[in-house]
Design a protein around this ligand. Sequence first.
Ligand SMILES: [Zn+2]
Length: 237
Amino acid sequence: MVTVPHDVPTVRPEYDVSEDALDALPVAPALFRFACLDPNAARREGLYVRRVVRADGASCVQVILFYRVQWVPYHRNDFAPFFVYLDANDALTRIVYDVGHHRAATLLPHPDLCLTVVAPWHALRPGRTALARRLRATELRLTDDVVRAWWYEPRTEAQLKLRSKLVDPWHPGLQGIGREHGTFRDEAACPRCGRPALMDDMEVRGPDLVRPTRCPVGHPFVAAYRGQRMAVEGALT
Ligand SMILES: [Zn+2]
């Protein structure tokens, strides 16, 4: 049994969190679904939302569409995140969404802005098809306790792997500069060569999460997400 550390922060201290609802925003993408069900509010499935505000007034509305079960392939807890970025005047600047396998794609402002949740594995796609139906989802608060329960989930496939980019939605790794996609996963620098390795589910050790891994050229090391410091670190084995 894992004890959830209730003092681990879920957002960097330089940001504020406000509780604006998604439908209260001046801009939000219309949401559709294709070949999957609506989330079941009775099972606390739905859109978990919080707004992270920067000192200059720019903000990011973090949304995690949560299902209790992914049927194909089967595992508990499935998360489809998207982040809505607004400038200090609440004008939309971009949306970053999970296109599948935690890869982050960017959608720029457009008059008919929509996202479709696709298939039993709940990937997000821009736009909608003729057969897509409007997604009906309850909005829930993405509180610290909700985030911590998902982070410290001992069943690995059920664990939320969105950590360093949840605490900092302006993390450059979400943009995928120089790559086709950014990533919602943590990136740990190899202590030998500095190349980044992408994290997956991790073993819970108190407030820390650890995972033995290899960098892209094969150096073995241990990656850690240090919960109290919100830092991703790599150490030689
Ligand atoms: Zn290396």
